[in-house]
Design a protein around this ligand. Structure first.
Ligand SMILES: *Cc1c(COP(=O)(O)O)cnc(C)c1O
Length: 365
């Protein structure tokens, strides 16, 4: 049996380091907003190449707090990709803003910059590109439009730890980025965790306040803030794992190459292979017109898969007011995508077996 993802296996190589980090926090007697959070913030800012990193409780909060910190007029519009994980969109509505859905490029599954301009109105204040599956969005045209129309750009980098766009790391491509260190992400904690990266000192300071009751100085509350702190324990664990992220991403890239060259089934649509070593390969997502049949077949052969995601956010009950929209490309992607196992714990032999299985699937139609 090859599981889609076994988090215990992912963390196994780090077991000793994680135990030491946990012991250190335990013995320090200091559990919230201390040295561990500060240390991790500094190393993650270094990693991304940004001036600031602010640890928060999770990825959804990271995005939401940035949108709140920008203090946009109520019901301002934020451009989001129509196909994404729902958290990207929840951040917009939780901040009291309005999502405007833009279709993806069917080849990359990423927001299509060519379709953004038509979605911009006098109410638009921000664009929220999601580096879905670990590949950076096509940022140059997005940044150009943002500059032209004076919009903020908030990267949802929750799937793109270490991904590169034209030599720059994700998280350093717009005005701010929201990160998640949910256990299954390329850099994962042993619980919930998140961060904001930015080069804007004023925004950074606001987020620092907003994550902690709107306060920078004890018992002085400047804003109506949240409690959204990254805790010392998770920060220490993240610091222990961060030095290995690049090597783990390299391993993901090797496995992705193996899939890209090995899968020959003509009914399978592979992800783009033009920037394999810039991509963080959080997920290896293929498309097949009979995705559910392929999934059941792989399951029979002992191969776990997952669907990212079965339903587009605008078709969820939570967003029923948008369900009549016509977003056919997003719909089609949500029907056809299937994620193959791809993680640093996977062996070459396992990937060969998965490739062989896919190549044998419905060979004769
Ligand atoms: C995981 C994820 C989030 C949310 O992160 P949490 O830490 O689970 O809140 C947001 N956007 C995307 C694209 C994600 O994959």
């Amino acid at each position: 049996m090859i599981p889609f993802l076994d988090l215990g296996q992912i963390n196994k190589p780090h077991q000793e380091r994680i135990r030491q980090a946990a012991d250190r926090v335990m013995e320090s007697g200091w559990y919230i907003l201390g040295r561990e959070v500060e240390t991790f913030e500094n190393s993650f800012a270094d990693f991304c190449g940004t001036r600031h990193c602010i640890g928060v409780a999770n990825g959804l909060d990271a995005l939401t707090l940035v949108l709140k910190a920008w203090d946009l007029p109520d019901r301002s519009e934020v451009i989001v990709p129509a196909n994404t994980y729902i958290a990207s969109v929840l951040s917009v509505t939780l901040a009291g803003l309005k999502p405007v859905w833009v279709e993806p490029d069917p080849h990359t599954c990423l927001i299509d910059p060519a379709q953004i301009e038509a979605a911009i109105t006098s109410q638009t204040r921000a664009i929220l590109p999601v580096h879905l599956y670990g590949r950076c969005c096509n940022m140059d045209p997005i940044l150009e439009l943002a500059e032209q129309h004076q919009l903020y750009v908030l990267e949802d980098a929750a799937q793109a730890h270490g991904a590169i766009y034209k030599g720059k790391r994700s998280g350093n491509l717009g005005h701010a980025a929201g990160w998640s260190f949910y256990p299954s992400k390329n850099l994962g904690a042993l619980g919930d965790a998140g961060a904001v990266t930015t080069n804007d000192a004023e925004l950074a300071s606001r987020i620092r306040a907003l994550r902690n009751y709107g306060s920078l100085q004890r018992y002085v509350n400047e804003y109506v803030g949240n409690n959204s702190r990254l805790d010392e324990l998770q920060a220490a664990i993240l610091s222990a794992k961060l030095p290995f992220l690049s090597a783990e991403n390299k391993r993901r890239q090797m496995l992705a190459r193996q899939y890209l060259t090995g899968i020959k089934n003509p009914a399978v649509l592979l992800p783009p292979a033009d920037q394999v070593s810039d991509d963080a390969w959080h997920l290896f997502v293929i498309r097949h017109p009979h995705r559910d049949r392929l999934r059941a077949y792989l399951q029979e052969r002992g191969i776990g898969t997952d669907i990212h995601y079965p339903v587009p956010p605008y078709k969820q009950k939570a967003y029923a007011q948008y369900s009549h929209y016509a977003l056919p490309i997003a719909d089609q992607l949500h029907h056809e995508v299937i994620s193959l196992p791809l993680n640093p714990a996977l062996t070459d032999e396992e990937v060969s077996y998965i490739i062989d299985s896919i190549n044998r699937f419905e060979k004769n139609g």
